[in-house]
Design a protein around this ligand. Structure first.
Ligand code: ADP
Ligand code: MG
Length: 246
């Protein structure tokens, strides 16, 4: 899906700042993600990636700065669209399935009419996450990695305009991980979702991103296409971050 040339970016973050106990954890962060593109927020543990996502999701609020979706303001310091009305999908590490619902019902949860009315969509997603055989199972009968794959399918099901993903593929079985990752991101690109994907793995960002946002100590120290960061890192630390990739 290709957005019209004059369309505003699907997601825009403008000068977001958030402090905890006087320390700036997110410090003047600005970027934008067009529809159908993947931006990777890449940086070491503790640099402020999850906090940035929480601001955009609306589950935490910035001290200053603005968030826009399709050019429309969703949050500044005086105005705030609640999280459930932002058409944003979330795939965080602390996902939880509904224990009383089957796999199919969990995936269909956000869809009007449940599984009965959305078979094709649910079946397609279960195939992408390699869980077709578990359609009628209940969460307690699944491994942690399998539950995570169901949570991923559930987040994708309503075709959110924006998907925020916090290390959604870490913890998955290595044999399956790359296939699930490549296929689910390809699906979101086809559907015009703007994806903000948090990772601390440079290889994952190099492979999946249209744009890398390299973060350190709350600030974005460099942003651009993967090959630009790889070929022309902003400084020594950025270079070291990419040096292990072959
Ligand atoms: P990352 O996701 O990049 O590992 P986080 O955004 O989770 O980093 O955290 C960035 C920093 O902010 C860390 O030092 C963390 O301890 C701190 N932090 C995050 N949330 C809170 C909070 N609610 N209260 C106090 N400090 C926090
Ligand atoms: Mg984090």
């Amino acid at each position: 899906m290709i957005a019209p040339a004059n369309a505003p970016p699907r997601l825009t973050a403008e000068s977001l700042t958030r402090s905890f106990e006087g320390r700036r954890v997110v410090d003047d962060v600005s970027f934008s993600v067009p529809a159908g593109q993947v931006a990777c927020l890449l940086g070491p543990s503790g640099c402020g990636k999850s906090t940035t996502l929480r601001l955009i999701a609306g589950v935490d609020m910035q001290d200053s700065g603005r968030i826009l979706v399709d050019g429309k303001l969703v949050c500044d310091t005086t105005f705030r669209v609640p999280p459930e009305r932002r058409a944003i999908g979330l795939m965080f590490q602390d996902f939880a399935l509904f224990p009383h619902l089957s796999v199919a019902e969990n995936v269909a949860f956000g869809l009007t009419g449940g599984y009965a009315a959305n078979r094709a969509r649910v079946d397609e997603l279960l195939e992408r996450v390699r869980m077709t055989a578990h359609l009628g199972s209940y969460p307690h009968a699944l491994s942690g990695g399998e539950q995570q794959r169901i949570a991923l399918a559930r987040a994708l099901a309503p075709r959110p305009r924006i998907m925020l993903m916090d290390e959604p593929f870490s913890g998955l079985d290595e044999r399956l991980r790359d296939g699930i990752r490549d296929e689910t991101l390809a699906l979101m690109k086809e559907e015009g979702t703007a994806v903000l994907l948090v990772t601390h793995e440079p290889e994952e960002a190099m492979r999946m991103a249209d744009q890398i946002l390299l973060m350190r100590d709350g600030r974005i120290v460099q942003q651009g296409a993967p090959y630009n960061l790889y070929n022309a890192p902003a400084d020594r630390e950025a270079a070291a971050f990419f040096s292990d990739i072959n």
